[in-house]
Design a binder for this molecule. Structure first.
Ligand SMILES: *Cc1c(COP(=O)(O)O)cnc(C)c1O
Length: 423
């Protein structure tokens, strides 16, 4: 429905293409493994969110942690996007990419004083504060910089997002947000915190949600609290409703971006600026992880396709038992189909990319792991001393390298010898 209307990534005559470029050509030029992204898909997704708001005052803040490549951030900044950051490092990235500081919101439970200072000096839009101790530290830091810290209180509405427990964030037992029952009391504390300026409320209940109900339930609670606090004299002019809209990895049927925005606006009611923080649903389906089959191995009652990508490039299967589509970039009707566990070279049993996949492949064939534009590269690691892989952006039917392959020397560059033992 909403999520691949235009089919920028599709088969033509048995070959996989991404916005007018054959994936095989990119793989031949840049080697495997590599990530490839379709800019047009990201742009369309962003526009779909932005236009769905109509005349409602709003800001779409891209959740940088989903994919933080500088070129992608630059392109989004040029569209006028806002950004949701969760660290000082992401702040530096967004500023370097030309992001407008007044469109940056800073989320996260563990902000440190130096990160707060940098964000205050940059003049960000607001801090989404998740606890009283954080509020106290922010007040202190803001006092030393001579600026008031604009904030939203991130509220934990105790709503079950119905998603994987590791990506559910809006339940009472999760570490995120201020329990809704404590919100009014926390607001009373604001009188003692002269360097804090309350501007809004925020929530983010989880990721990969495929139903509207948990969103609207959370938003109604946040909006109700906002009215209550406004009644008590607090200025609550912004509601940041977080990210979390799911995408179709398999047979999920998430609501369209337009339906999601409409439901949020209805639940939030009129009169306040609405912010959203989509990550996965902006960039996820725009990406491919391309990998080569190195070996086909016969186990006892199991077939393994050993590929050159691993949990180091795509951690989601190992971390969340996530399922992502795996397809050969050239269909091979001449080969018989076999059921494989697609695994990487890393020395961990958890190092699999997909289990029980029916594939018609031979060693040397190239596979695409679909919908890997979000939480792919940004979660990648150097485990087993594996250099991080290149990223390629396809824009205007042209493939451009936007991050080159790391070298092993770079991996070792920050390591130091023991004093007096250099030779
Ligand atoms: C991770 C995160 C997001 C983005 O979530 P998606 O599921 O990728 O849309 C938005 N806001 C906050 C606070 C987050 O932690």
């Amino acid at each position: 429905m909403s999520n691949s209307d235009l089919q920028l990534i599709r088969y033509q005559n048995g070959e996989l293409w991404i916005d007018g470029v054959a994936v095989s050509t990119i793989a031949a030029t840049h080697g495997t493994p590599c990530f490839i992204y379709a800019w047009r898909q990201i742009e369309q997704n962003w526009q779909a969110y932005d236009s769905a708001f109509g005349s409602q005052p709003h800001l779409v803040c891209y959740a940088v942690k989903a994919n933080s490549n500088l070129t992608i951030l630059k392109q989004l900044a040029a569209l006028g996007s806002g950004f949701d950051i969760v660290s000082g490092g992401e702040l530096i990235r967004v500023l370097q990419a030309g992001g407008d500081p007044t469109r940056i919101v800073f989320s996260g439970v563990g902000k440190q004083a130096d990160e707060m200072r940098a964000a205050l000096e940059a003049g960000i839009r607001m801090f989404n504060v998740e606890s009283v101790p954080e509020l106290e530290l922010l007040n202190l830091v803001a006092g030393t910089t001579g600026r008031k810290a604009p904030i939203a209180l991130r509220i934990n509405p105790d709503v079950d997002a119905g998603t994987h427990p590791y990506i559910s964030t809006g339940l009472r037992e999760n570490k995120f947000g201020i329990p809704i029952a404590q919100a009014a009391k926390v607001c009373e504390r604001l009188h003692e915190l002269p360097h804090i300026e309350l501007q809004g409320l925020a929530c983010h209940i989880g990721s990969q949600l495929t139903e509207l109900t948990p969103f609207t339930e959370a938003v109604r609670q946040i909006a109700g609290l906002a009215d209550e606090l406004s009644g008590a004299g607090h200025a609550i002019n912004q509601l940041d409703l977080g990210g979390g809209l799911g995408i179709r990895y398999d047979h999920e049927t998430p609501p369209s971006r337009a339906a999601y925005v409409a439901a949020l606006c209805t639940a939030a009611g009129p009169g306040r600026t609405i912010l959203i923080e989509p990550g996965r649903s902006l960039v996820g389906e725009a990406g491919l992880l391309v990998t080569r089959v190195n070996y086909l191995k016969e186990g006892e009652g199991r077939h393994f396709a050993i590929v050159d990508a691993a949990m180091t490039e795509l951690m989601r299967p190992a971390l969340y038992n996530a399922w992502q589509r795996i397809e050969p970039i050239a269909q091979r009707p001449d080969l018989t189909t076999t059921t494989y566990d697609v695994v990487g070279p890393v020395c961990e049993t958890g190092d699999f990319l997909g289990k029980g996949r029916a594939l018609a492949i031979r060693p040397g064939d190239i596979l695409a792991i679909r919908d890997t534009g979000a939480y792919g590269f940004t979660m990648s690691s150097n485990y087993n001393s594996r250099p991080r892989v290149p990223e390629i952006l396809v824009r205007d039917h042209q493939a451009m390298l936007i991050r080159r392959r790391e070298t092993v020397s770079e991996l070792m560059a920050a390591e130091l010898e023991l004093a007096g033992e250099s030779d």
